[in-house]
Design a binder for this molecule. Structure first.
Ligand code: ZN
Length: 101
């Protein structure tokens, strides 16, 4: 789940594991799963850590498709119209904003 935490003048957005509810901080060690339906469907997504959290989830959804989180995020920003130069500019903006506190 995507969460927004605010306090002390700061707003922090993060992606939390839908299984253990801890923040996902290593994009290579997390994944996105969704329930396989018949063709032409829209469905909810489940974000989770690889390993223990995925295995817990996998007992119920063994055949569900999944993507590694980094590939999912790349597809998401691509489909939102961002390209590499846009991402670099946005990352620079975020870095400057975080310096301001
Ligand atoms: Zn987890």
């Amino acid at each position: 789940m995507i969460e927004m935490t605010t306090g002390k003048g700061l707003s922090i957005v993060r992606l939390a594991c839908d299984v253990c509810h801890e923040p996902i901080t290593d994009v290579g060690m997390a994944m996105v799963r969704w329930r396989r339906e018949t063709e032409d469907y829209t469905t909810d997504l489940v974000y989770c850590h690889k390993g223990k959290c995925d295995k817990t989830l996998n007992r119920q959804h063994e055949d569900d498709p999944w993507w590694e989180l980094r590939h999912f995020l790349a597809r998401l920003v691509f489909n939102c119209g961002m390209r590499c130069e846009d991402i670099i500019r946005a990352m620079d903006d975020v870095e400057e904003l975080q310096k301001l506190g």
